[in-house]
Every structure is written in C-alpha cells, then in structure tokens.
Ligand binder design. Structure first.
Ligand SMILES: O=c1[nH]cnc2c1ncn2[C@@H]1O[C@H](CO)[C@@H](O)[C@H]1O
Ligand SMILES: [Zn+2]
Length: 390
C-alpha cells in the first residue's frame, strides 16, 4: 500500500479562494461602496454631481477614472463617495454593507479606515461620525452572522496629509479605543504623498506613541524610499500602508542573489508589516502588472507581506479577486494564502491574545479544512474502484 500525502502546489479554485479565511488590514470605507448604494444615497441627499445614474455604469466609471496612472487623479474619484457620506444614516448604511460584503467574501478580520474630517459638511461632529461608523460595523457583523459568516471589523481613523488636523484625529482615535465589542483600533494618514511628507504630522505620531497607541502610515506608494524612511524612523509607524517601493532598496544580481540595502534590511529584520495592494498599485502606476508586482519577490524574501484591497470600488476588486490575480501570476497555493493571512493577523492592531486566538481558532483551522478536501475526493474515487475490484 502506498502512503498518500496532500498534493503539493495545487492551485486553489475560485470557490476555495472565496471560502478561505482572509485577513484585511488596508481597506478604505469611502473606497468600497456598492455602486447601487451611491445612487440611492445621492438621490436621498440631493447630490447631483454623479457622473452616471445607472449603478452598473457608475461602477465602471469609478474603475476607469481611477485607472489613471497617477495617485492624485485616482484620489479625485473619492469626491463622489465622500459627497454622499455626510449623514449619520448614510455612514451607518455604508459601514454595515462594508462589513457584510467583506464577510460574504470570506474575510474574517478587517481593519477599515476612513477620514472623519471628510464627513462633516452635513453638520455631524467628529464624534458623531465615529459613532455612526462603529454602529454600522456592528450591524454588518450581526447581519453577516445571520447569513452564516463570522467577521470582526475594527476602524482605523485616517487624517488627510494635506490638511492640518492630524493631532485632533489622533486624539479622537485615542478616545474611541478599547470599546467593548469593537471600536477604533488605530490611526493612519492618507492622501497625496508627493509634497506631503509624514513628518508634517509628527505631533500626532508622538502623541500616539506616548499613549501606547498604534498607527500605520501610507508610505512608499507614489513616493519612494525617503517616505518609507521618514514613516519608520522619524514617525515610528507600526506598519506601512503599501510600502511597495521598498523594492527600490533591493537589488537582484545577475546570478539571482539578492542584496538588501539598510532600509530594506531594517524592514525585514524588524518584521515591519507591508500592507500591499496589488490592483491599486497597477492603477496608480506603482507597478506595471501583477506578474511584475514586487509582492512576488517580497514573499520569497520573507518580508512580512500582506495582501489588501485598498479600494474595492475604484479597483473593482475584493480580497478573493486580489488572491485570484496572485494565484495566476505566481502560482500561489493555499499554503501561500495561509502565510499571507497569518502575517496579516499577526500584524493587526488588536491585542496579542486576540490575534493569537484568531490565528489558532479561525485562520489555521479554515485552511486545514480546505486543504483536507482532497482527502475526501480521493476516498470517494478509491472507494468506487475498491468496490469494483472486490
Ligand atoms: O491608495 C491610497 N493612497 C493614499 N490615499 C488614499 C488611497 N486610497 C484612498 N486614499 C484617501 O484616503 C481617504 C480616506 O479613506 C480617501 O478619501 C482618499 O482620499
Ligand atoms: Zn490606501
């Protein structure tokens, strides 16, 4: 009798990719609305600037408009999503649908970010914005559970890097942490990168460090190594939003050997999480194709790489779609997916014991279950042949 082991290197099917437990650290609330919801909310609010009235056409418009090769033009599309997210009800609805959609896609843990300062034009206070979004996330978690999915969603509060409210938003994030049942788990800065170095907001980062709080910084997306260096060595970021340009500090020699510069070594040695967002990078010009995306090399070199959506609406994507692209480009298996998911869960901003429990009780068992499916397929086919031989 020959002993059987799990087939190595099998390509996961789309269905397996969707069912696999996935962990998402970088997703913008205002970059993930359902097109139909934008149309509804625009009608309710009397927002008359939408470029398309039909949801399908509107979805296509966002993808095409964001496909500009420039981060600045990519960001212009957000005026329409932010434009319809100015009331409490709109924020609750968008946040609830976000949690529902992620859960439906097999995401078990997500940190979703948004900039409270961009949701004040309807008269809400910063606190009311945060409370509405938290309420929406809890509602979405409940609806997901009713549909047989389990997801936990934490919020990251973003400050816009061209503005001057970072300290105020950092204080807000600090006030809304440690809420029972979920709340604000950290802070971020986003927006155009060139010309707006993270050190402009040093006061906010120093405040958060003194409060023992967590933050990530969008860096190394549209601008290169100096931005990453500042984010880590001046600001003390726990994680890098994108960080993809760390590749500029890695040299692959003609013989295939690899040489890391000091910054790339630091990032790898200190296990700094990279919140990589492949589809988004293709749209803003940070990478030319999935096959050429630095994630392939970074994974091989064992950087703490994670896979993320960034903006599901603008990129027409989901966590499953991102993994489908990577499976196709790099031949990734369920073991690779598990590696990325465990990396992301280790890098989350919730407490260590909760991260560990998510890894051991949710992520690993989920992959073990998927990986064992071949056994039952095997049993079904061999039992047929044994019966016919008997
Ligand atoms: O990839 C990105 N890089 C930098 N900023 C971004 C990206 N995606 C979205 N935002 C910005 O973050 C704000 C809050 O969610 C969005 O309104 C958008 O302006
Ligand atoms: Zn982003």
């Amino acid at each position: 009798m020959t002993s059987q082991t799990a087939p190595k290197g099998t390509t996961p099917s789309s269905d397996q990719i969707r069912r696999a437990p996935k962990v998402l650290l970088h997703d913008h609330l205002d970059g993930g609305l359902r097109p139909g919801t934008i149309v509804d909310l625009a009608r309710e609010a009397g927002y008359s600037h939408l470029p398309e009235a039909d949801p399908d056409k509107l979805g296509i418009w966002f993808r095409e408009a964001a496909d500009s090769g420039s981060l600045e033009r990519y960001l212009e599309t957000f005026s329409h999503t932010v434009g319809v997210m100015q009331t409490r009800d709109a924020l609750v609805r968008v946040a609830a649908e976000c949690a529902e959609d992620l859960a439906e896609d097999g995401v078990v843990y997500a940190e979703v970010r948004y900039a409270p300062e961009q949701h004040l034009s309807g008269g809400l206070s910063l606190e009311e914005v945060v409370e509405a979004v938290n309420e929406g996330f809890r509602e979405g978690e409940r609806r997901a559970r009713a549909n047989g999915h389990r997801i936990r969603v934490g919020a990251l509060l973003t400050a816009m890097r061209h503005a001057a409210r970072a300290l105020e938003i950092a204080e807000l994030a600090n006030r809304y942490r440690d809420l029972a049942g979920g709340g604000v788990v950290g802070f971020d800065i986003a927006g155009a990168e060139a010309g707006f170095p993270p050190t402009r907001h040093l006061d906010a980062f120093e405040y958060l460090k003194r409060e023992n709080n967590h933050f990530t910084i969008h860096a190394g997306e549209a601008f290169g190594l100096p931005s990453i260096w500042q984010a880590l060595q001046w600001c003390g970021a726990d994680r890098l939003g994108h960080g993809v340009r760390i590749i500029d500090d890695i040299q692959v020699q003609a013989d295939g050997s690899v040489k890391l510069g000091r910054l790339a070594s630091y990032v790898r040695d200190k296990r700094i999480p990279l919140e990589l967002c492949p589809s988004s990078n293709l749209q803003t010009g940070a990478a030319a194709s999935y096959a050429e995306h630095p994630i392939g090399l970074l994974r091989r070199l064992h950087f703490r790489a994670t896979v993320n959506t960034d903006n599901r609406l603008m990129s027409g994507t989901s966590m499953s779609r991102e993994f489908e692209h990577l499976v196709e480009a790099f031949g990734y298996t369920l073991d690779d997916m598990q590696w990325f998911s465990v990396n992301a869960m280790k890098s989350a901003f919730i407490p260590f014991d909760e991260r560990l429990a998510m890894i051991n009780d949710v992520v690993k068992p989920g992959y073990a279950e998927l990986k064992s499916e071949w056994l039952f397929q095997q049993t079904a086919s061999t039992s047929g042949s044994v019966a016919s031989e008997g």
